[in-house]
Design a protein around this ligand. Structure first.
Ligand code: CTP
Length: 207
């Protein structure tokens, strides 16, 4: 199968030397890329900046901003059979990044932010992807209910939901514990290395 994976954080430019980002390490997406390539799939990894090595045998498109990630995904997704959207895409980006470095002036500085495109939410339409679609949900409360809302709103086949209020799993951790939320059922995946969750997710795809 041909599989696209998004991973890592995005960087939203404020000026030439500053950006907005988040704590995503990229580990979950890179583990899925590794497991999928190992299982013999053709893998394209679209990733924001991380400190991780690209797994062997994986095609790689590095991106920085949410807009760049959207463009790369929109280009390649229609040819794919499955997609895992593990990236922590910024929901907002500076409305007008400054061309020059912003100098300090007053006591306060207000940044005007605008919404980014929802890449996962665009996969079915307008991008036109018809393959197996997996999204991720980072929640601090009502894990299953919020994940199920995302599943329906973004027409996914599966949402992998994490409780990010817990310090021992999720962001920057090697381990994860997740609820796998399908249209017709929910399955818990017990706390385990991200590698194990990645293998489990890839094994669901079959050959
Ligand atoms: N996602 C995306 N493009 C965005 C934002 C998110 O592709 N601009 C994807 C993520 O990769 C992840 C899923 O959408 O698979 C997360 O869903 P989202 O609704 O954005 O989650 P939150 O950011 O937690 O949203 P909210 O704050 O509304 O709960």
């Amino acid at each position: 199968m041909k599989i696209l994976i998004t991973a890592g954080p995005t960087r939203e430019p404020i000026d030439p030397v500053r950006y907005l980002t988040n704590r995503s390490s990229g580990k979950m997406g890179y583990e899925i890329a590794h497991a999928a390539a190992h299982a013999g799939h053709r893998v394209l990894l679209v990733s924001g900046p991380t400190s991780l090595d690209v797994p062997d045998g994986v095609d790689f498109i590095p991106v920085e901003s949410a807009e760049e990630m959207y463009q790369a995904v929109a280009n390649y997704l229609p040819k794919m059979d499955a997609a895992f959207f593990a990236a922590a895409v910024a929901d907002y980006t500076p409305a007008e990044p400054s061309v020059q470095k912003i100098k300090k002036t007053g006591a306060n500085l207000t940044l005007d932010l605008v919404r980014t495109k929802d890449i996962l939410g665009s996969a079915r339409s307008p991008i036109g992807f018809t393959g197996f679609l997996v999204g991720f949900a980072a929640e601090t409360e009502n894990l299953e209910a919020n994940a199920r809302l995302k599943l329906e709103k973004k027409s996914c086949d599966l949402i992998v939901a994490n409780d990010v209020s817990r310090a021992d799993i999720g962001f920057d951790s090697h381990e994860n514990e997740a609820l796998l939320v399908f249209p017709d059922r929910t399955e818990p995946f017990p706390k385990a290395p991200k590698h194990d969750l990645a293998m489990h997710l890839v094994s669901m795809l079959g050959e």
